[in-house]
Design a protein around this ligand. Structure first.
Ligand SMILES: Cc1ncc(COP(=O)(O)O)c(C=O)c1O
Length: 446
């Protein structure tokens, strides 16, 4: 597979032109990569009016992911999420449907900010069996019941995989959405690699209309590199308006370093990545088995993620992460209940063995039996947008009972809200805030 963006930039860098254009480093500097950091000069194409090398590279990505259109983001999934919600709203308007999204409650912070920007109405899909704030299992049967009980939303919005490595039944959910003629939008920030599994588990392959992938989270791509994927059965207007949707929210100075990284990833993915993944996953499965045999409780069904709930062995997630750090092991995420590891074939077998050895030599202690408190379903008082634009003040969590949250920044790690902006803070919410160490919040001024 060719790499038109990388080739163009290398040729330009080698030609030693005098750079009377941005960026200000003019091709040299402290990092040593400045010579390949360019801007939209003649021949370099324009990210959201792509007709040249960027279009060609994106077509390569589109072929790899089996989409009708794939667009690059140099601002992660955050940008793609805003764009896909805008597209869903545009579509709703075109067919006279209310601008309402039915969203899994574990939506990322970016969803809230997009809802504020776009003035979305949001109905939450709470899980039937709620075990923790990060996960929100929505089964097709449950979605079917919800869709039968209300007017049609513009779209259903699901986060899959979630941060703990749970992959939803996207095929089942998309069948329900199709039956009800409702679009399915998927936050697949954690699942770009699912496209390359022996049995494709990527949302686009399983029937989603549109999704975002943070290429940088699971593929060898620089931080910020992401995709907006549009499926072949999505409304035609998605394709027609994708660039407009992205450019509404994007910087006008996209990073060519990140674009080169996405471009180079196409070749990497086309050249035997699927085989590499197929050979690597059994090593992770083996490691998971070792951890289970040692006594750890494991969560999730995602092949490249390991999520441990270590309280039964006497450790909080943070304590276990602290022990690992002493052994040079840095996990992705730790909170009182969980430790999450993100793996890719870039991690050597030796490194996997080191992780297994460290985890399986910690002394067993008396089990910790505290469970994370669950929030109730907080009462919505106003829209996310109205709350964000309201006059607000800072308040200690203990003094905020009964108040309306005015900020999108209060979340349990990793960026999933305990209470959504515009909702009333109740006693359960306060317990959750305290559990996750949140001391202050913004509330709407009376
Ligand atoms: C589920 C989920 N969605 C979206 C995002 C935003 O992705 P990005 O950081 O690529 O903008 C994240 C980031 O962690 C995430 O976990």
């Amino acid at each position: 597979m060719n790499t038109p963006i990388c080739d163009f930039v290398r040729t330009y860098a080698d030609s030693k032109q005098l750079r009377f254009h941005m960026p200000g480093h003019k091709g040299s500097g402290a990092l040593g990569i400045e010579h390949i950091d360019i801007t939209e000069i003649e021949g370099a194409d324009v990210l959201y009016r792509a007709e040249g090398i960027i279009k060609e590279s994106e077509q390569n990505a589109s072929a790899l992911f089996g989409t009708a259109l794939t667009k690059y983001s140099t601002e992660g999934s955050s940008l793609s999420i805003r764009a896909m919600l805008y597209l869903a709203m545009l579509y709703a308007k075109s067919i006279g449907r209310e601008p309402r999204i039915l969203a899994g409650r574990n939506a990322h912070h970016t969803f809230m900010t997009a809802a504020a920007l776009l003035d979305l109405q949001v109905s939450w899909l709470y899980p039937e069996h709620w075990e923790n704030l990060v996960s929100c299992e929505i089964t097709p049967e449950y979605l079917e019941r919800v869709l039968c009980s209300q007017t049609k939303p513009a779209a259903v919005y699901i986060t899959s995989p979630d941060y703990l490595g749970n992959v939803a039944d996207i095929a089942g959910l998309s069948a329900v959405c199709q039956k009800h003629e409702v679009l399915l939008l998927v936050d697949n920030a954690h699942g770009a690699y699912l496209n390359f599994l022996p049995k494709n588990r990527h949302p686009i392959a399983l029937g989603a209309d549109i999704c975002c992938d943070s290429a940088h989270k699971t593929l060898p791509v620089l931080t910020g590199g992401g995709y907006l994927h549009i499926s072949k059965h999505a409304p035609e207007m998605f394709r027609q308006n994708a660039e407009k949707a992205l450019s509404l929210f994007a910087s006008t100075s996209p990073s060519y370093l990140i674009m080169q990284s996405l471009d180079a990833a196409n070749r990497y993915l086309a050249d035997g990545y699927a085989e590499k993944l197929a050979n690597y996953i059994p090593l992770i499965d083996e490691l998971k088995q070792q951890l289970a045999d040692f006594g750890y409780t494991l969560l999730g069904n995602e092949p490249l993620k390991i999520t441990i709930a270590p309280k039964n062995l006497g450790y909080t997630g943070e304590e276990l992460a602290g022990l690992l750090a002493k052994d040079r092991i840095v996990c992705e995420f730790a909170d009182p209940d969980f430790v999450v590891f993100m793996l890719t074939p870039e991690i050597s077998k030796d490194a996997l063995d080191h992780l297994a050895h460290t985890l399986c030599t910690v002394p067993h202690k008396e089990a910790i039996d505290t469970k994370p408190p669950m929030p109730s379903k907080p009462e919505p008082i106003c829209s996310i947008r109205d709350a964000l634009f309201a006059t607000s003040k800072e308040a200690a969590i203990q003094n905020s009972l009964g108040q309306t949250l005015a900020s999108t920044r209060i979340s349990c790690p990793p960026a999933i809200p305990i209470v959504v902006c515009g909702e009333k803070i109740d006693e359960d919410a306060i317990r959750c805030f305290e559990y996750y160490g949140v001391e202050m919040c913004q509330i709407i001024k009376e």
